[in-house]
Design a protein around this ligand. Structure first.
Ligand code: 13P
Length: 124
């Protein structure tokens, strides 16, 4: 199952903390992580196997949206920073829209991500 992980700068530490909290889930062989560039590199340094795409502001969100649209990426965990402005806001909104178009689960904060992971774990 391909899962995208994305975090704005103010949320990257929270993303690493979250992944570590659920590392048994994320280290499973059937879970493939993809990420926007800077998030991916940070998560890689924390010991997770992840395929990084471009950084968000230069097209990473758009690339991930492409994976969702092609039905390759099955879930998106995107910790957005609601207190910051982002020059690539149109790309961010496009990714959220594409998740809705394709009915792909999207968690925008740790509480929602936790529920999704628990749901998947129970279904397995
Ligand atoms: O900007 C982002 C999402 O919109 C995240 O991109 P980075 O992971 O490259 O910082």
């Amino acid at each position: 199952m391909e899962i995208a992980i994305i975090a704005h700068d103010g949320k990257k530490d929270e993303m690493v903390k979250f992944l570590k909290e659920y590392e048994d889930f994320f280290h499973q062989d059937h879970i493939q992580l993809i990420a926007t560039g800077t998030t991916g590199n940070k998560v890689k340094s924390a010991g997770f196997k992840v395929q990084p795409y471009l950084s968000g502001p230069i097209g990473g969100d758009a690339q991930i949206a492409g994976r969702v649209a092609e039905e390759k990426c099955k879930m998106v965990i995107f910790f957005r920073d609601p207190l910051e402005k982002h020059p690539h806001e149109p790309d961010v909104l496009m990714l959220l829209r594409i998740c809705d178009v394709h009915n792909v689960p999207l968690a925008s904060n740790p509480a929602s991500a936790k529920l999704l992971i628990k749901g998947i774990s129970q279904a397995d």
